[in-house]
Ligand binder design. Structure first.
Ligand code: FAD
Ligand code: DHB
Length: 391
């Protein structure tokens, strides 16, 4: 049996950042992660970091490579009806910006920092079960070699993503789930090509949404709206490029094409679990909520949750006060619902809905006209996109 102050389930952005922040506050934690380290460090996911996430990483000593290799973007383009309209993020938010730096690079940096500080991270564990979460919590598991293990802790942080075991450990009658499923998904690619644009492009087209992002001078990340039940095998390179070219056309713009070396389809949903606490179990990140990726909020929300949770745990362990912990769920949910609205809003403005009428189409275009021509509407987009202050 191992003892620790905080038992963390999941080594995604939420679990690793929480462990890192707790360590800086002198609080001990152990992380149990079901996947091997290599798999975590290679999974392609999000890419946009809010100013808050960047600042937190830099201030807490894990932002060296991010500062060197991340791309700071001061604006992005909305493209519709063949024209681009720039949202000047920095001018509209007192100089704030976003940074494009892949999620798995954030994870590599956090894992390295935790291991350098002597952290106990168990990769490749199985059969994770939470016990006695309302009184004296324990977690049982089997380690990577199949040996049974047990972790006794004062607090459990459930950071195990959308399909983990933590959320179900909150009794169904104690929680309420809010879910919206969208009738489309995103087809994501990585391509060996130079950037086609120096900023991100969020494009609305009658054939559906497309997003042009980047990873480096030689690798580009792009997405387009698709049927969530479609299969990547149905899409040849030529068909993908033709679809992306069509959806982003206008003003002579042409995407720079190249070999596509990664394809995946992700379904889209909005989800919130309330409250995010039961007894001594606190859930954070995707374990508690999911947003459609259009607002680029998933990873950033996970970081914001554990920022609040780490401060509450510090008060608990240092001052013996559980006030912060009692307020954790309500505090985190305020930001989460703000991000839920923003992500839904961006999704609804930019995607093609099969049942949309000609009225809906014109209304959608009028909304895009509004957010690209009215400074106050553009500022609302910009403030939400770069992220509201933490805490
Ligand atoms: P996760 O990153 O999911 O981490 C949870 C960890 O817990 C995982 O490492 C998992 O292996 C582990 N785990 C699960 N179950 C157990 C268990 N029983 N025991 C132990 N460990 C367990 N957001 C965007 O903004 N833009 C995007 O383009 C984007 N793309 C995405 C693509 C995919 C395929 C997915 C799934 C998500 C994407 N997201 C995107 C969302 C974003 O990546 C997440 O919001 C973010 O990863 C949340 O971090 P987290 O730490 O809460 O959860
Ligand atoms: C990326 C992902 C997003 O969800 C988004 O809104 C912008 C960029 C990306 O992976 O680069």
């Amino acid at each position: 049996m191992t003892r620790t102050q905080v038992g963390i389930i999941g080594a995604g952005p939420a679990g690793l950042m929480l462990s890192h922040l707790l360590h800086l506050a002198g609080i001990d934690s152990v992380i149990l992660e079901s996947r091997p380290r290599k798999a975590i460090e290679e999974t392609i996911r999000a890419g946009v970091l809010e100013q808050n996430t960047v600042d937190l990483m830099v201030e807490t000593g894990v932002g060296e490579r991010l500062k060197r290799e991340g791309f700071v973007h001061h604006g992005f383009d909305f493209r519709f009806e063949g024209h681009s309209h720039r949202i000047d993020l920095s001018a509209l938010t007192n100089g704030r910006a976003i940074t494009v730096y892949a999620q798995h690079e954030v994870l590599k940096d956090l894992i390295q920092a935790r291991l350098d500080a002597g952290a106990d991270i168990r990769f490749g564990v199985g059969d994770v079960v939470l016990h006695d979460v309302a009184s004296s919590p324990r977690i049982t598991f089997t380690d990577a070699d199949g040996k049974a293990g047990e972790l006794a802790c004062e607090i459990i942080a459930g950071c195990d993503g959308s399909y983990g075991v933590s959320r179900p450990a909150i009794p169904a009658e104690m929680r309420r789930d809010f879910l919206r499923i969208y009738p489309f998904g995103w087809f994501g690619i990585l391509a060996e090509a130079p950037p086609s644009s120096h900023e991100l492009i969020y494009a609305r087209h009658d054939r559906g949404f497309a997003l042009i992002s980047t990873r480096s001078a030689d690798v580009q990340r792009m997405y387009f709206q698709c049927d969530p039940a479609d299969s990547v095998e149905n899409w040849s390179e030529d068909r993908i490029w033709e679809e992306l070219q069509t959806r982003t056309e206008g003003e002579g713009f042409r995407l720079k094409e190249g070999r596509i070396f990664q394809k995946n389809i992700v379904p889209m949903r909005s989800f919130v679990c309330e409250p995010m606490q039961y007894g001594r179990l606190f859930i954070a990140g995707d374990a508690a909520h999911t947003v459609p990726p259009t607002g680029a909020k998933g990873l950033n929300l996970a970081v914001a949750d554990v920022f609040v949770l780490s401060r509450a745990l510090e008060r608990f362990f240092k001052a013996g006060s559980d006030e912060g912990l009692q307020a954790y769920s309500a505090t985190a949910l305020k930001r989460i619902w703000r991000a839920q609205h923003f992500s839904w809003w961006m999704t609804s403005m930019l995607h093609r809905f099969e049942d949309a009428t000609e009225f809906d189409r014109r209304r959608q275009l009028a909304e895009l006209e509004l957010v690209t021509s009215s400074e106050s509407a553009a500022r609302t987009i910009a403030e939400n996109y770069v992220g509201l202050p933490l805490g």
